[in-house]
Ligand binder design. Structure first.
Ligand code: PAF
Length: 262
């Protein structure tokens, strides 16, 4: 597995694979089974699998969230190696933002709603970095988790709007045995918060009204940012102490059967 930290190294590697189909999984590291399921799908359908690990500062609206974002590079690389990944990109800020983020990509409808209404500038940062990574990597297929449903929706829209040649593939949310959606941020939950956290998925999946769901969650100690419908899914973001959790389910609870348990 090649570990590429410089643009020139990456260009040489990409040129050597000019005839291969590339499957790309962009990540911010602290990899869990959810990420690894994206890697497995990329491995199945492409000649070459490339993963990037880059904690993108422009998508964080809170300095504390950025500073506390888990970093587990050695562990991540071991998992990627075991999964048969061909190359890992570890870009720096100066590589990704030679313009110091003076050029930005914005979407002006969906990105202001749901998570976007609570995290100003978040989706500008996500879309800008994903566009840069897709342009650099030139994948045939790029893989994103459905847990970040709004993000996936916006990235698919961006790919269509800008005629990007890559296929954007959404992959099912991976869950812990107790239903909690896998997320790198789960590592920061205290033991007590970790035992409360699965209630989010349970309540989203039950038959109660949105108002009842909010009440149940708030009574259990969550601060609910929003629970709202997008397409055929119910999306939610909550705070549990300092940790922000998001999740989504198919309307009608059928998702409970569709989604995978690790
Ligand atoms: O979902 C993530 O981990 C990030 O938003 C992404 C897509 C890697 C962009 O930084």
């Amino acid at each position: 597995m090649k570990i590429l930290k410089q643009q020139s190294e990456w260009r040489d590697f990409r040129q050597s694979q000019a005839q291969s189909s590339v499957g790309f999984v962009p990540t911010m590291g602290a990899l869990h089974a959810g990420h690894m399921s994206l890697v497995a799908q990329a491995r199945q359908s492409n000649d070459v699998v490339v993963v990037s690990i880059y904690i993108n500062p422009t998508q964080f609206d809170q300095a504390a969230d950025l500073n506390n974002y888990p970093q587990l590079l050695e562990q991540d690389l071991a998992q990627l190696q075991a999964a048969g990944v061909d190359a890992v990109l570890l870009p720096t800020y100066d590589w990704i933002y030679p313009d110091q983020y003076t050029y930005q990509l914005s979407e002006h409808d969906l990105s202001g709603r749901f998570c976007g209404a609570h995290r100003p500038g978040h989706f500008d940062g996500v879309l800008t970095v994903v566009m840069k990574l897709l342009n650099m990597v030139g994948p045939k297929r790029a893989y994103f988790g459905e847990k970040d449903y709004q993000q996936l929706h916006l990235i698919k829209g961006m790919a269509e709007a800008f005629f990007l040649p890559s296929e954007i593939i959404g992959c099912a949310t991976m869950r812990e045995q107790d239903g909690l959606a896998m997320s790198s941020r789960n590592l920061r939950l205290t033991a007590e918060q970790r035992s409360t956290a699965p209630l989010l998925y349970q309540v989203l999946s039950d038959k109660s009204s949105i108002a009842e769901k909010i009440q149940t969650l708030e009574s259990a100690g969550f601060q609910v940012e929003y629970i709202e419908q997008l397409d055929d899914r119910l999306l939610a973001a909550v705070q549990l102490g300092e940790i922000r959790l998001i999740d989504n389910v198919s309307i009608g609870n059928s998702s409970a059967k569709q989604e995978k348990v690790a």
